[in-house]
Design a protein around this ligand. Structure first.
Ligand code: EPZ
Length: 418
């Protein structure tokens, strides 16, 4: 079973370049379904989730060619509107093919996604929104059947919660609907704006980019396009926390620091110096790590995808801090693992109380999920002795060459076994 072995104590320094945003690229690939012809998407990370989305699209009849970080998707001859359970079960983000398929073909049949380690991951807002646009939703044998034989009609949709996936599915459903759709309480994550940019370049008519109210005027057809994915702010944030833990200076390039304002502000409060450049940020820490309270919220709040990494930093702070997880119902599994390394963390419901300790000890630990796994590797970078991280397939889903990039910064880290 492959694992990552890291021996703590080495200083980190240098420059690391992040790839395209996983949580944008997957949706940009689904958006290619909206137009007949070949769309080209650049800066797509080489990670297993992208491989899975390519399989989902090929299962629908799209032709995919990969050239490094460029993916070509020809959706001229879609032969199916069904996405099987074995693919959705592996990657719940497959659900974002629902909107484009119903929009262009009037039908989609997608397996119900399961929950995962961080929560039930419901999709009620996706489905209610599609019903508002005129789709009929039925469930049978574990599949969602969405039908709109006469096409979709624009409508006002107010989301109970600014769900990223629901916003994306409804955006892609509404661009070909008759009339105007307003999505209120929409998510404002940078990845949403990246999708809006691609859809507009395909001929969609969308206003309110970056705000919580998106207005879409449906058009008759969209054209394929060429688009470059924004840099991965969560991969960038992960390396900034690595630099904060080990002291740095670590420069992270290839992303927009404006997409990480809240994390940068919290790292400064934690005693780090952050120098912000054009498309890059440099983190240095000279003194002690100071305790900082954090509450995860939809963007521009503190990103839930940075919660575990930040908890690892707070584990070594001089004092106590509280982390509140407001986005997912059970996203503290990382805490159980880092406690095996000597962290002093008490979890109660949505709150974790972290009492800073002076050092962590290397130990065998198991990745609970994608971000928790990355955070365990970061903890191993500064723990005394050796940490062996298993179930690292979680990490491979969202980080391209994670161990190689950390090794290039000076970490004593090895990927063991394939
Ligand atoms: C996206 O998930 C990201 N995944 C997640 O990143 C990220 O944590 C999340 O957005 C929040 O930023 C991808 O983009 C592939 P949500 P998504 O819909 O779209 C509840 C990572 O580590 N909800 O905003 O699933 C839901 O259960 C991953 O890269 C409903 O109740 O997130 C959750 O508690 C992890 N009903 C909350 O909303 C719905 O219909 C936020 O979910 C939809 C969501």
């Amino acid at each position: 079973m492959p694992s990552i072995t890291v021996t703590g104590g080495r200083p980190l320094g240098g420059t690391v370049h992040v790839g395209g945003a996983k949580n944008s690229a997957l949706k940009l690939m689904a958006a290619a379904l909206l137009a007949s012809g070949e769309s080209v998407i650049h800066n797509v990370p080489e990670i297993s989730d992208v491989d899975l989305m390519a399989r989902v699209l090929e299962g629908l009849g799209a032709r995919i060619t990969r050239e490094g970080h460029t993916v070509r998707i020809d959706a001229s001859d879609i032969t199916s509107v069904e996405t099987p359970y074995e693919l959705v079960a592996q990657m719940r983000a497959s659900i974002v093919v629902l909107g484009p398929l119903v929009a262009r073909f009037g039908r989609a049949r997608v397996a119900m996604p399961g929950g995962c380690n961080i929560g039930s991951r419901k999709i009620d807002m996706h489905l209610h929104g599609l019903e508002h646009l005129g789709a009929e939703i039925a469930f049978e044998h574990g599949y969602i059947d969405a039908l709109a034989p006469g096409g979709l009609s624009g409508s006002q949709v107010i989301l109970d919660f600014p769900s990223v996936g629901a916003t994306e599915n409804l955006l892609m459903a509404s661009v070909l609907a008759r009339g105007t759709t307003v999505i209120d309480n929409a998510a404002r994550e940078p990845e949403i704006s990246d999708l809006v940019d691609m859809l507009i370049s395909m001929g969609a008519r969308i206003s309110g980019r970056g705000s919580s109210t998106l207005e879409i005027t449906g058009v008759d057809r969209l054209e394929p396009t060429e688009h470059t994915t924004i840099g991965d702010r969560i991969e960038a944030g992960t390396f900034l926390v690595a630099g904060a833990l080990a002291g740095g200076p670590v420069t992270v390039t290839g992303f927009d620091p404006a997409h990480l304002e809240m994390l940068i502000s919290k790292l400064r409060l934690a005693g780090c110096t952050l120098a912000i450049g054009n498309g890059e940020a440099t983190v240095t820490r000279a003194g002690a790590i100071r305790p900082v309270d954090v509450a995860t919220l939809p963007h521009p709040g503190f990103p839930t995808d940075m919660q575990a990494q930040f908890m690892g930093l707070m584990a070594l702070a001089e004092g106590d801090s509280v982390i509140t997880e407001n986005v997912f119902e059970s996203r503290f599994m990382f805490a159980d693992e880092i406690k095996r390394m000597g962290a002093d963390i008490e979890v109660e419901g949505h709150r974790a109380l972290i009492r800073g300790v002076t050092s962590l000890q290397g130990a065998p630990v198991v990745c609970p999920d994608l971000r928790g796994g990355a955070a365990l590797v970061l903890a191993g970078l500064v723990a005394e002795g050796e940490t062996v991280v298993t179930d690292i397939y979680h990490i491979m889903r969202g980080y391209e060459d994670f161990t190689g990039k950390l090794a290039a910064l000076g970490a004593d880290i090895r990927l063991v076994g394939e």
